[in-house]
Design a protein around this ligand. Structure first.
Ligand code: ATP
Ligand code: MG
Length: 552
């Protein structure tokens, strides 16, 4: 985050200068209950970036205290995504490895008279909790003796109670203006197999209790999280203090990243995956890190975007076009230029010698001359885009129509002499003539044409599939976040978010492999897809089109 200052950086700097801290340790603590999304990238970039800047370290910690939703597949994907974003963790930790210590700290609370076993149901607990304007009511079990609480808690651990029959609650203050302090539940019974600890435990700590302990155990100095945890900070500090933790991490909250036309919560993303709206967590239409990777976004673009979006307490919605802007910026100098025809129309150049093939020179990237020159074959039959011919064009249409002349990129001027239709009336072939004087690079200045078309040589072109994406969610994010008029975000899923077309590419692309990125003339930036590309056909995902109305 070296580019900008922000309030978290200021706090850390002051902590180091005042001697409150002599080191910086941060952590990125995902729950392995889904794939990471670009919101998590913000948290990763902030945590790792700040630690780097102050010569500190960052741990990757799986916050795996909820056995029902967690899975090894998610653990693996999270590790891969953090690495792909370019970060190395100092230590890899699992919160579940601290279950024994957490249990002991809970016993300590009981012994101090600061926790009790409660028999109220979940619903009753909610009722007793009161509201923002009304104080809560004490549970009839609140004043059990320390002895009794110790016994009951041990029985909970031994599996003597059903799910939900008993909970352990912190004994704080049922009339606190902060509802989080009204005796929060800190342990629950859940007879479930855990991905890491198996059947060792049938009681599990709640997030609000577990998280501060995890931070303190790891000696984290600055525990950075999103603003929905702001009201939990007093509880966080209470847990650290009352559990006699040697280390005192400080929780600091920043605003969540939201992006327009995007849902950004693992729960919703999982729903889109499970209900078949998309083709897996790495579908290029999802804002998951793996989806963006398949779409052709780069770690550099994601990082630049996150930094530009800024670190503050507020959590506005950022326009998706801003992210696209950084993708273009990053690929501009890196991606080779090439030509691909997405919806082919055959053109026969009638005055071009049969059996002749010319190899034309073309710069690989005019914006980055170091990338050299490629050769493109040209012969009597080529493909152009269907949309580049009109029988009866409107004014200002500068592409091909009967009698009109255009430039073929890197090649010659051609003029449309004739067109052929099939029985259904579709134009299926053009007959053109070319002017040998007009060869690209020859310095020809005889006359000018207004249109420049891309093309590929018909005989040598390789077949290719192009996948073009539109936003998956049609309405603005605010609307998606809530159920409005009985609708959920699923009602705003765009049915036309994916278009698949079959076309042709230059033969020099035959060795392209998954994750190679290209700029196709006029069509935008594309990434070779790892899932669908086969020996016989390259499949390209469009990362971004070329034009944008977005200005920083
Ligand atoms: P989700 O609601 O998508 O499941 P989460 O907050 O439950 O997200 P965690 O696995 O708990 O997901 O997240 C790990 C870290 O990433 C947390 O510190 C969380 O605050 C942060 N994080 C999650 N979503 C965002 C976001 N949109 N912007 C910034 N940080 C985020
Ligand atoms: Mg969560």
């Amino acid at each position: 985050m070296e580019e900008n200052s922000n309030f978290i950086k200021t706090i850390i700097k002051e902590d180091l200068e005042s001697g409150k801290r002599n080191k910086v340790i941060t952590r990125f603590p995902p729950e392995p209950n889904g794939y990471l999304h670009i919101g998590h990238a913000k948290s990763i970039i902030i945590n790792f970036g700040l630690a780097d800047e102050f010569n500190g370290t960052t741990n990757l910690r799986f916050d795996d205290t909820n056995p029902l939703k967690e899975d090894q597949e998610y653990v693996d994907s999270i590790k891969e995504d953090v690495k792909w974003l370019g970060y190395e963790w100092e230590n890899l930790f699992y919160a579940s490895n601290y279950f024994e210590e957490m249990y002991e700290r809970a016993v300590l609370l009981i012994k101090k008279g600061k926790a009790y076993v409660d028999d109220l149901t979940q619903e009753q607990i909610r009722e007793y909790r009161g509201t923002l304007t009304e104080p809560g009511k004490e549970s009839p079990f609140r004043n059990r003796s320390i002895e009794e609480n110790l016994n009951l808690f041990e029985q909970m651990r031994k599996g003597e109670f059903e799910n939900g029959a008993k909970v352990l609650r912190a004994k704080i203050d049922m009339s606190s203006p902060n509802i989080n302090l009204r005796d929060p539940v800190i342990y629950r019974v859940s007879h479930a197999t855990h991905h890491n600890t198996g059947d060792t435990w049938c009681i599990y700590p709640m997030y609000a209790f577990a998280h501060p302990l995890e931070d303190a155990i790891e000696d984290v100095t600055h525990s950075l999280c999103t603003t929905e945890f702001e009201d939990q900070r007093p509880l966080y500090d209470w847990v650290v203090r009352e559990c006699d933790m040697a280390s005192t991490p400080q929780q600091i909250e920043f605003g969540r990243l939201n992006i327009s036309n995007t849902v950004m919560s693992k729960r919703k993303l999982k729903q889109l995956v499970d209900e078949g709206f998309v083709d897996g967590w790495d579908d290029p239409r999802l804002p998951t890190i793996s989806g963006l990777r398949r779409k052709g976004y780069t770690p550099e673009a994601i990082r630049e975007f996150v930094i530009a979006a800024g670190v503050s307490k507020g959590s506005g919605t950022v326009d998706a076009q801003m992210l696209e802007h950084f993708v273009r910026e990053d690929l501009k100098l890196k991606a080779p230029r090439t030509m691909g025809v997405l919806k082919p129309l055959k053109v026969v150049i009638t005055n071009y010698p049969e059996d002749q093939v010319e190899w034309l020179d073309a710069e690989v990237n005019p914006e980055n001359p170091e990338m050299g020159v490629r050769q493109i074959p040209f012969s009597r039959e080529i493909y152009i885009e269907q949309e580049d011919f009109m029988e009866d064009p409107p004014k200002k249409y500068f592409r091909l129509f009967p009698g009109n002349e255009v430039r073929l990129k890197h090649a010659y001027f051609i003029k449309c002499e004739e067109f052929i239709k099939d029985e259904a009336g579709n134009v299926v072939e053009l007959r053109c003539t070319y002017d040998p004087e007009t060869k690209s690079g020859s310095g020809f200045t005889g006359r000018k044409v207004k249109g420049t078309l891309h093309w590929v040589d018909a005989k040598s072109a390789l077949p290719a599939e192009f996948r073009l994406y539109e936003p998956l969610i049609l309405e603005s994010d605010e609307k998606n976040e809530e159920v409005i008029e009985g609708k959920t975000f699923l009602d705003y899923v765009n049915e036309n978010s994916l278009e698949i077309v079959q076309g042709f590419i230059e033969p020099n692309m035959k060795d392209a492999k998954p994750q190679d990125k290209f700029q196709f003339f006029r069509h935008g930036y594309f990434n070779v897809d790892e899932k669908h590309t086969s020996k016989s056909k390259l499949v390209f995902n469009r990362s971004v089109s070329l034009k944008s109305s977005f200005k920083l």
